[in-house]
Design a protein around this ligand. Structure first.
Ligand code: ADP
Length: 958
């Protein structure tokens, strides 16, 4: 259908062109050049169509008759199946091929509705198809299934035959094609699935030749120089745009690119296109307001027409980028941590190269450079190298991942540094060792303390093992309890440690104590109670029972605060129990004694004011004697203040008692207690600070007797004085008249010379006057002298007792010196010596003490041993608040039988001896010491010497 060159249409077109180029008429205003050309083209097309029609019609007309027959033959034998159907689908006519497809002879086909050959569900579709053909009167296609022996898929192309109101159906067997198509479809789905299943986005872009690119090239989003041919789901997902949008606006990817990366993206694209080289780009896109890192990579292939097909992959590398950033950050952090950590850190390569941080250098005292040149062995303490090396080996071999141990480094200054070392071997992805990361913490101080503790712990466990204490550890959640060996051995069983069998152990508790222990255990296991302590008797291996004391304490709690673990000890308290029993017994005895004592025993506690001064005292206990003597009931006294009990303004004897309770020094005094009108001898003692006990004896009766004795003594002394004083005058008379009688006898004697008497008478008278009377007179004289001495002695004694004493401090060194001086003559006469030691002062009456020591010293001289050189020693000794003066001689000594008697008046051990004396001296000594509230006694051995002891007061007394 080639249009002729001179056709009417061509002529029209030429005219129109002319018009468009040369006629700037009113029409030119309405049409631009382009619009005009368009109009011309349209016209040309219309003309071509008309020409074609005409041509077909003419051909039809001329050939119509001649080829009608041919057509009928062609129709029947055509390789394509044809059939003509009515509007209802009734087959008017069909050709041979149709008969073959429908598997029916032609006569069996004609006048049959085509629907009967169709598969059951196809009927309706076919009808609708026919309706559409007859309605729209234009060619249409439909694919239908035939219910032939092998179901066939056919494509029917229908053409409405207007003149006979029939429809020509061309029927093509598509079964094979359809099957292949299905296969292809499946394959395509498979490939699609594979592509979609890829972790990467896959795409294909067709890019126009550069000469066809519009202004702005790759950046032109309105008319981008490419079209998106394929993209998989992943591609869309990564960029957050659906595939339709991509296909419609392929430049959408350009819009997504992060503004700062756009220039580089376009530049690379243009370059790759220009040079037709693979394209690679990594950059940011904004998807759903978030930045995503993507990686694009595509390979070009030039196709016909100069277009380039880019097939590529798109990866979302956001995470990787983030990881990379994190890695960078962590590397920076690691560097920071490494360099500035207070923990010593080092990286050691496998060949021993060491890089360290500041703390590491600080701990070991070396500089970084110095450490670079040493291996770890060089700075490790010899003894620790092997252990260290073994662990390194284990880590390197992969037996363990890391190692942590304590070791000693050698500090640059030579000292050992204990460190807690952790090391990990870093490996690459192929598990090949890279380097060791090591951390060290200086634990020298802790280690030293730990060693000291370990030492002390060892000692402690040694002590524990040797002490009567067993330790147990009780897990209350599992009710398992662990004990030390001592737990068994302390009861004489084979020593073992571990988990005791409760039933065995309970059976060893004394039956009387078992129940209470069981209850305690249950309480603890219920985990409500805290305390766990009891004393119980345990069966010893030797069959006896021993008292044990058990104390436990909660050492761990669970999250709700309930006791979880308990630690405790078991101690053998058998001895203590026995002592306690004895104590109880003796306490019983004591309290019985306390109750039955006739002396009042009262326990008190001091009461202090704000300034700490004792103001009163409480009665805390008292015995029955207290009530008997005072008449105050026990319950009215205990817990009450002294002022309440005794109804006084001030607490009685507070000052003395406070002194006793505060200083702890006991005190004894007697006193008249006016509120009760009684005399007490009070002894106060302090059992503990601020407490005191008084034992008071009612000495009222004794006091009265003493008073009576005193007054009787006084009377006696008075009698003694009067008697001795009054005896002196008759004695003087006897003496005087005896002397006169002597003189008178002498006169008689001288007168007798002149008297004449018988010789007999003269003999008798001479005998009377010269012998008898003088002899009698001698007796009288010596008796009088004796009596005078006795009376003088008595008088002296009486005077000594009556003389008023002036008690003052006496300088004993001075006093003795004076006494010795008085005896100087006799001592030197007997070639004796007196040795006086330094003597402490005492209180007393100076004159009387002079008398006392004079008597003792003169006795020592008088009763000296003639065969020895006299030696007298005077010394003293302190005895609490007394002083004992000692006068020792080496004289004749005193027979032990007489040592008590020598203190009696007029007693002399050798009354007939030549040694002068009346036996009064020692009586006076005794009297004086007693008046000084002192004592005197003698220790002596006959022939060896005597030692007299005089005890006097160190302090002044009332
Ligand atoms: P007198 O010395 O006057 O006999 P005393 O009363 O002084 O009386 O002594 C009583 C007796 O004690 C003495 O007769 C003497 O036997 C004995 N006596 C006293 N002092 C000593 C002494 N130092 N050595 C031995 N005997 C002594």
């Amino acid at each position: 259908m080639k249009p002729s060159n001179t056709s009417v249409a061509e002529q029209m077109r030429q005219e129109a062109e002319k018009l468009a180029q040369h006629t700037p008429s009113a029409t030119a205003k309405d049409f631009t050049k382009e619009e005009a050309l368009l109009q011309i083209q349209k016209l040309e097309l219309r003309v071509a169509e008309l020409e074609l029609r005409n041509e077909e019609l003419s051909i039809n007309n001329t050939a119509n008759k001649t080829i009608a027959h041919q057509h009928s033959t062609f129709f029947q034998h055509a390789p394509t199946a044809y059939l003509v159907v009515s509007e209802t689908g009734e087959i008017i006519t069909a050709n041979n091929k149709c008969s073959t497809l429908l598997e029916k002879e032609l006569p069996q086909i004609n006048n049959i509705n085509f629907s009967t050959f169709l598969a059951p569900d196809q009927d309706l579709r076919f009808r609708k198809f026919l309706q559409s053909i007859f309605k729209h009167k234009k060619a249409e296609n439909i694919e239908l299934s035939l219910k032939t022996s092998i179901p066939l898929i056919i494509t029917i192309t229908a053409v409405f035959i207007d003149d006979i109101k029939h429809c020509l159906l061309q029927m093509t067997d598509n079964t094979n094609f359809r099957t292949e198509l299905d296969l292809l479809q499946q394959e395509r789905g498979f490939i699609q699935d594979i592509l979609n299943g890829q972790p990467a986005g896959i795409y294909r872009i067709r890019v126009f030749p550069i000469e066809k690119w519009e202004i702005d090239g790759w950046r032109n989003t309105q008319h981008p120089p490419y079209i998106m041919e394929f993209l998989n789901d992943h591609f869309c997902n990564i960029l957050g745009v659906d595939s339709e949008s991509f296909k419609m606006h392929p430049s959408v990817i350009n819009d997504l690119i992060y503004s700062q990366d756009k220039v580089e993206f376009a530049r690379l694209n243009e370059e790759a296109n220009e040079k037709v080289i693979p394209f690679r780009w990594e950059g940011r896109v904004i998807v759903n307001n978030k930045i995503k890192w993507i990686h694009l990579e595509s390979i070009p292939r030039i196709i016909e027409g100069g277009e380039i097909l880019w097939t590529g992959l798109l990866y979302d590398i956001t995470e990787a980028k983030q990881l990379e950033a994190d890695l960078k950050l962590s590397e920076i952090r690691f560097r920071n941590v490494f360099d500035h950590s207070i923990v010593g850190k080092s990286l050691t390569t496998l060949d021993g190269g060491l890089s360290t941080n500041h703390a590491f250098e600080e701990i070991l005292g070396y500089s970084k450079e110095e450490l670079k040149n040493v291996s770890w062995q060089d700075i490790t303490f010899q003894e620790d190298i092997q252990h260290n090396a073994e662990l390194v080996k284990k880590v390197t071999s992969g037996e363990i991942n890391s190692a942590r141990f304590e070791k000693r480094f050698i500090h640059k200054n030579g000292n050992l540094v204990w460190v807690d070392l952790s090391t990990t071997l870093l490996r690459d992805e192929n598990n090949a060792p890279l380097f060791f990361i090591t951390e060290i913490i200086d634990i020298t101080e802790r280690k030293n303390a730990q060693l000291a503790l370990q030492d002390s712990n060892e000692r402690l466990s040694l002590i524990l093992e040797n002490s009567p204490i067993a330790i147990w550890d009780w897990d209350l959640e599992t009710d398992i309890w662990f004990t030390t060996q001592k737990y068994y051995s302390m009861l004489g069983y084979e020593p073992e440690s571990g988990y005791p069998d409760r039933s065995v152990w309970l059976s060893r508790i004394h039956p009387e104590d078992r129940k209470q222990v069981q209850i305690k255990i249950e309480n603890v296991l219920e985990r409500t109670g805290e305390a766990y302590a009891y004393d119980a008797r345990m069966l010893h291996a030797d069959g006896t029972y021993r008292w044990h004391s058990v104390i436990g304490q909660v050492v761990e709690r669970d999250l709700s605060g309930k006791p979880k673990r308990m630690l405790g000890v078991r101690v053998d308290i058998n001895e203590r129990k026995h002592i306690e029993e004895k104590l109880r017994e003796s306490e019983g005895k004591l309290s019985a004694l306390f109750a039955s004592m006739t002396e009042m025993v009262v326990m008190h506690e001091l009461v202090f004011d704000q300034n700490g001064n004792a103001t009163n005292y409480l009665i805390t206990d008292c015995n029955a004697a207290f009530t008997n003597i005072t008449g105050i009931e026990r319950q009215n006294a205990i817990g009450k203040l002294a002022t309440e009990v005794y109804v006084t303004t001030d607490a009685p004897y507070l000052e003395q008692y406070a002194q006793v309770a505060i200083t702890g020094k006991s005190m004894e005094f007697d006193s008249y207690f006016a509120p009760m009108d009684k005399h007490f001898l009070i002894s106060a003692t302090s059992p503990e600070k601020n407490k005191f006990a008084t034992i008071a004896t009612d000495v009222t009766a004794l006091q009265q007797i003493q008073q009576q004795i005193l007054s009787k003594n006084k009377e006696l002394e008075d009698y003694l004085y009067i008697a001795s004083h009054d005896l002196r005058s008759p004695l003087v008379n006897i003496q005087g008249f005896s002397q006169r009688l002597q003189k008178q006898t002498e006169s008689i004697k001288s007168q007798l010379i002149y008297c004449e008497m018988s010789p007999m008478v003269e003999l008798i008278i001479t005998k009377i006057t010269t012998e008898d009377i003088p002899k009698t007179l001698d007796f009288i004289f010596s008796s009088v002298t004796k009596m005078e001495a006795l009376i003088n002695g008595l008088l002296q004694l009486s005077r000594t007792g009556r003389i008023k004493m002036h008690i003052d401090k006496v300088d004993m060194n001075k006093l003795i010196a004076k006494v010795a001086a008085a005896h100087n003559f006799q001592i030197s006469e007997s070639t004796g010596s007196v040795k006086v030691e330094n003597l402490p002062d005492c209180y007393g009456d100076d004159q009387q003490l002079n008398q006392l020591f004079s008597n003792l010293l003169s006795n020592a001289v008088k009763y000296r041993n003639k065969n020895k050189q006299l030696q007298i020693k005077i010394s003293a000794t302190n005895a609490f608040n007394k002083i004992i003066y000692i006068i020792a001689d080496n004289g004749i000594g005193i027979d032990s039988r007489y040592q008590e008697k020598i203190w009696n008046i007029f007693y002399r051990t050798h009354p007939q001896s030549q040694i002068p004396g009346e036996g009064v001296g020692l009586s006076i000594v005794k009297q004086i010491t007693e008046r000084h509230h002192g004592r005197v006694w003698v220790e002596s051995e006959e022939g060896q010497g005597s030692t007299f002891f005089v005890e006097l007061q160190k302090n002044k007394w009332e």
